[in-house]
Design a protein around this ligand. Sequence first.
Ligand SMILES: Nc1ncnc2c1ncn2[C@@H]1O[C@H](COP(=O)(O)OP(=O)(O)OP(=O)(O)O)[C@@H](O)[C@H]1O
Ligand SMILES: [Mg+2]
Length: 359
Amino acid sequence: MASVSVKNLVKKFGKVVAVDHVSFSVNDGEFVVLLGPSGCGKTTTLRLIAGLEYPDEGEIWIGDRLVNDLPPKDRDVAMVFQNYALYPHMTVYDNLAFPLKVRKVPRDEIDRKVREVAKLLQIEELLDRKPAQLSGGQQQRVALGRALVREPKVFLMDEPLSNLDAKLRIYMRAELKRLQRELGITTIYVTHDQAEAMTMADKIVVLKDGRIQQIGRPEELYNKPANVFVAGFIGAPPMNFMDASVKEEGGRLVLDTGIFRIELPDYMAEALRKAGPPSEVIVGVRPEHITVDGDGVEVEVFVTEPLGGETIIDFKHGDKILKIKYPGLFKAKPGDKIRVKFDVDNIHVFDKKTGKTIV
Ligand SMILES: Nc1ncnc2c1ncn2[C@@H]1O[C@H](COP(=O)(O)OP(=O)(O)OP(=O)(O)O)[C@@H](O)[C@H]1O
Ligand SMILES: [Mg+2]
């Protein structure tokens, strides 16, 4: 097993800075997810660690070795790609055995390892089949198995579940996580899917435009996002945002969104005062932190989305639509008036200029 750390990694492709001074570390046995939108540099970061790209700047450490100049095959990492390609003319058995054959591992040892991995992944009964005779999930497991037989120190996975259907993807998330725990393999996993990151990761590294936005445990990113980007990226439906002006009213700080008037509790007001306070901010509130309440402010229902166990209520806030996650069934027609209230202790306030969290 091994830890991994990257320090100030930079990778440019012509004028594009794909990875911009990225630093993070992965402890031995840890499951770290690189999360961010398309083009933010996730795959490039993984390829740098695997040795498939050479960094313009920075250091890559695996265990206590600086591996910048080490070829991929000597790094003891296994990478599973989004478009894992199994060899179509080979059986599952031969697909699994292939990486070991290439390394001239003795035949009986290959046989032992292939069967061990097949058992672990529950694909023993598929060993004689060809890839075309497997379901997507089974193919996925063979691809994982092929990486596992090598017993790498580090597992690098680039959106390995993205071409599975929704149900299988959710099942494989749990499977993969269980397997990773069981084997204790240090894993770096790339995805643009926040739910996948939240459910699988010990630690998440959020990237945007090649730069790290925040590193933290899933609940840290959810409860204490560092900026508007992270706040809006984590959580579904996403956090609601409103522009607000900051007003001083009789010794209290009040945020005025034009429709809502939010009297800040003392600890929040204090944090805002320390920051200036700015005259314009962005207020963020998650759909689960808005409630339908007779004492609230009257708003107009735009549409309701019943999901069975809960209802997403969309309502109008000026020319914007905000969302409420309502526990249970909520019946309303577009245009109906309802009264809603924010859970003030769970609002987030961001600096409008920098996007950084104030409180
Ligand atoms: N070989 C390359 N040549 C030129 N530009 C590249 C190359 N590889 C990546 N890029 C650019 O670098 C940036 C980061 O790409 P990367 O593939 O790392 O993003 P990603 O986060 O994996 O995105 P996705 O979620 O779409 O897979 C993008 O702007 C991309 O166009
Ligand atoms: Mg990618």
